[in-house]
Design a protein around this ligand. Structure first.
Ligand code: ATP
Ligand code: ZN
Length: 311
């Protein structure tokens, strides 16, 4: 029943599971796909339920936090910025005149205090920092967000807007590193129970500009990032469905997350890419979720999609 990675894009479109739009990497999910994605979100929330406080974020976060985290510096090519019209009646009329005359008008929409959330854990650090000194035992969280990255692509596994769920630890270095190890292993085990075959490999992030190669090399040497990968849409290039990151004290320093003695906390997170895992499931088990192996259907508590709804 499994499908060759190269055939996945055509097959999921033929089945109406994913409906492309005019923009690469921006898609609508058909009912069958959306049900699996929602079931995955719920199953991941159950898996990680004991971790700690749960926070679901939307698609936007404060601009100054993304600046503090240096996202604009390290990944300017991926960052989405929110711009809104905040002007007067007269400025509105000028905007319409410019538009109707075919002249540039976007300057009338200046950047506001928001950017699109690039990763689910990003908005949580400022919230915790506002609570005062980091408790000796640190913080543990589950977070969930709709993320945006400007990386237009026709690869169904590389979207511009996608859901990410993460578990996050903030605390002493050894504690957050063991948390990352534990959750990478537990999450990989969860994917194995879903019938997915993959491997864990060291990884780096797509830093921008001249310093990119140096930063990526340092990230690998310091073992800051690991990914669980499986062939999804390209047999030769497996896709990262899980990422496990150790941020050292960089995010804590950006937001002043300190223990009582003034020392900075460290942080780590493990993130699930919901759409990528859903795609891996469709590729591995076939296009009709109700026909998937019973243990997968049970683990996801899939209610089943009437066949009539699947074109
Ligand atoms: P890649 O190397 O493929 O660009 P990444 O390592 O940059 O991914 P992270 O920044 O670690 O990804 O994001 C955490 C998780 O979010 C990834 O493991 C993946 O499952 C998911 N993800 C990241 N980028 C995308 C995307 N463009 N479309 C869909 N899911 C994504
Ligand atoms: Zn994170």
């Amino acid at each position: 029943m499994s499908i060759a990675p190269e055939e996945l894009a055509a097959e999921i479109r033929a089945q109406g599971l994913i409906v492309p739009t005019a923009v690469s990497g921006v898609v609508a999910q058909g009912r069958g796909f959306a049900e699996v994605a929602d079931a995955l979100v719920a199953a991941i929330r159950r898996l990680t339920a004991g971790v700690g406080e749960y926070l679901r974020f939307g698609a936007v976060m404060p601009r100054d936090q993304a600046v503090a985290m240096r996202y604009f510096a390290n990944f300017p090519q991926l960052l989405g910025s929110i711009h809104c019209f905040c002007g007067s009646d007269a400025e509105h009329r000028a905007l319409l005149r410019a538009h109707d005359a075919g002249e540039p008008w976007a300057d009338a929409l200046p950047p506001v205090e928001l950017v699109l959330t690039p990763a689910a854990c990003y908005p949580c650090y400022a919230i915790l920092a506002a609570r005062g000194a980091v408790p000796a035992a640190g913080y543990r969280l589950q977070v969930d967000a709709t993320c945006f990255r400007h990386e237009p692509s026709d690869d169904p596994a590389r979207l511009q807007s996608f859901r990410m769920q993460e578990v996050v630890a903030i605390g002493q270095p050894d504690a957050v590193v063991s948390f990352r190890e534990h959750w990478l292993a537990a999450s990989a085990d969860f994917l194995a129970r879903l019938g997915l075959e993959g491997d864990v490999a060291p990884a780096d992030d797509p830093f921008f500009g001249r310093a990119a190669a140096v930063m990526a090399k340092a990230q690998r040497e310091r073992e800051l990032k690991f990914e669980w990968r499986t062939p999804v849409s390209d047999a030769a290039r497996p896709t990262a469905c899980l990422s496990a990151n150790y941020h050292l004290d960089s995010f804590a320093k950006a937001f002043g997350l300190r223990f009582d003695d003034g020392s900075h906390a460290h942080s780590a997170c493990v993130g699930f890419g919901v759409e990528r895992i859903a795609l891996a499931l469709f590729r591995t088990h076939g296009m009709v979720a109700e026909a998937w192996p019973v243990e997968v259907v049970d683990l996801l508590r899939l209610e089943g999609t009437p066949r009539a709804d699947i074109r």
